[in-house]
Design a protein around this ligand. Structure first.
Ligand code: GDP
Length: 500
């Protein structure tokens, strides 16, 4: 039974949504994904493409976005960065990131991958374009607010519907999975030795929270887990680093257990509620519930590299992501007034690590990983699609073959200094051909084998990090957009319809 506070919260949201719809505001595009998935690179590349595309076309250059229709039809006139509407949200540091990516001061030798997303940020991009009407082409414009936020925060949304007892039970159960159990051992041993009904004790709470955080961090750092468990701020604290709001942990409780206010469980439950009320709800209300479209970036290759356990974990996490979208739909008022997110794109990033033979296979694997969740998601009320892309393409392709041998499909790029394959250590300067191996034709193969055993068909699959590509310039010396793979397809799905 929803409480009066829930009702007020929903009513506030509904009024906010209605007011924003009536004021003809910008399209809000959420960009999320777990740490390292590629959010910073995606937003940087997208902004670069859309601010340079029209100029490149005007100078007769090759169209880098053939599938993005408004541009392919020659109707995109200009893309400019504008001041963002929300003063309280940090601005996405586009200029800094593009300078790092292409080399500060135009010195391509110093090019590097920029710093990753650690908190929410925003950037407004306004696109001027021509709309086809029965009276000919008419000038029009669309503002897009790009909202980049950690996927770890998204996984918190299901907490809004879970009691402290229920969350404790779920989290302790999940920590028993074979891939997680060894990492959880120390924390489990400690909390299961505690009596939840004992008098509250700050030192005990701190130790439990510290061990719990260490367990969550280990799950992400060890390549056995490609996903994350809530609470997201334990991993991505944003501005809450060191805050007392983050000093709680699950205790051995089951749903419905009685909790006395003065007990250890009582203290933990109060902190859990404070976390939900002061962190999760405001994030939901101020950011998530205002999004119109969402791209979820997924580092599928990292999961494949880590083995079957990580792949299963990722499948579960993607289901949780879709649950988060459902969390926004389950209340009477919000669903009556305006279902917000109407398109969700799941994107497997870093496809440039693979030869194009495997791009469709990577897409098929992500489709397989999201299939079960998508099948359950009619009530999400959004169109959902899947793509494999590289927002920035750091490699090119070559077929390399010895005499008498069949040619092997390779990717060629400059590996980051210190990366290695076998005994070969890369110096960060020289181009090398790498045979990443082919992904399996049958997406189900990623699940075969026992937990933790890598499928033999993927055993020779290797993953080396490349340096960013060197930015090309046109005859007039102006920078051209960085190369990409299927970024235009993602754009067409996410925003293409708004130019028709
Ligand atoms: P975030 O934590 O989601 O913001 O992740 P980033 O966007 O910072 O990406 C993490 C790292 O992944 C980068 O530093 C790059 O090394 C790599 N990366 C991300 N996108 C691409 C891509 O399109 N191609 C290649 N080759 N590497 C990428």
């Amino acid at each position: 039974m929803p409480s009066f506070a829930d009702f007020l919260f929903d009513a506030g949201l509904a009024i906010q949504n209605l007011a924003e719809s009536l004021s003809g505001r910008a399209l809000r595009l959420g960009v999320t994904g777990l740490s390292g998935a590629g959010k910073t690179i995606f937003v940087t590349a997208l902004v670069q493409q859309l601010t340079l595309a029209a100029r490149v076309a005007a100078q007769g250059g090759k169209n880098p976005l053939p599938v993005f229709r408004v541009h392919a039809e020659g109707r995109l006139v200009r893309g400019t960065i504008e001041p963002q509407p929300d003063d309280a949200v940090p601005r996405f540091a586009y200029e800094e990131h593009i300078a790092t990516l292409t080399g500060p001061g135009g010195d391509s030798e110093k090019r590097a991958w920029p710093e990753s997303t650690r908190r929410i940020s925003e950037l407004r991009l306004t696109l001027e374009f021509e709309r086809e009407t029965s009276f000919g082409r008419r000038n029009s414009q669309l503002s897009i607010d790009l909202v980049d936020y950690p996927g770890e925060w998204l996984l918190d949304l299901p907490l809004l519907g879970k009691s402290y007892q229920r969350w404790s039970q779920d989290t302790l159960e999940a920590s028993l999975a074979p891939a997680r159990a060894p990492l959880a051992a120390e924390w489990r041993a400690y909390v299961t030795s505690l009596d939840p009904a004992a008098l509250s004790d700050e030192a005990v709470a701190q130790k439990a929270a510290m061990l719990f955080t260490a367990y969550l961090r280990a799950c992400r750092a060890e390549p056995i887990s490609a996903s994350a468990l809530p609470p997201g701020r334990f991993l991505m604290p944003g501005d809450l680093e060191g805050s007392p709001l983050l000093t709680f942990s699950p205790l051995p409780l089951t749903e419905g257990s009685e909790i006395a206010p003065q007990s250890l469980a009582g203290m933990m439950a109060r902190r859990y509620d404070a976390y939900r009320n002061h962190i999760v709800r405001p994030f939901f209300r101020d950011h998530f519930a205002r999004l119109d479209r969402q791209i979820v970036l997924v580092d599928v290759l990292a999961a494949l590299n880590a083995g079957v356990g990580a792949v299963r974990d990722l499948e579960h996490a993607l289901g949780e992501v879709l649950n988060a979208f459902r969390a926004g739909k389950n209340t009477l008022l919000t669903s009556l007034l305006r279902p917000r997110i109407d398109k969700i794109l799941f994107a497997a990033t870093k496809a440039d690590h693979l030869n194009h033979v495997s791009h469709d296979r990577l897409e098929a694997i992500l489709r397989r990983l999201t299939a079960r969740a998508i099948a359950r998601s009619e009530d999400v009320g959004a169109a959902i699609d899947v793509v494999a892309l590289a927002a920035v393409r750091a490699t090119h392709e070559a077929n390399v073959g010895g005499r008498g041998n069949a040619a092997l499909a390779a990717v060629v790029g400059i590996s980051m200094a210190g990366e290695r394959i076998g005994n070969e250590v890369f110096d960060g300067r020289t181009e090398a051909a790498i045979f990443p191996g082919e992904l399996p034709r049958d997406p189900d193969a990623v699940f075969s084998g026992d937990m933790g055993v890598v499928d033999p068909r993927m055993a020779d699959y290797r993953f080396v990090r490349f340096r960013p590509p060197i930015a090309q310039r046109d005859a007039a010396g102006m920078a051209l957009p960085l190369p990409h793979i299927r970024l235009d397809r993602a754009l067409q799905f996410l925003i293409g319809d708004r130019f028709d």
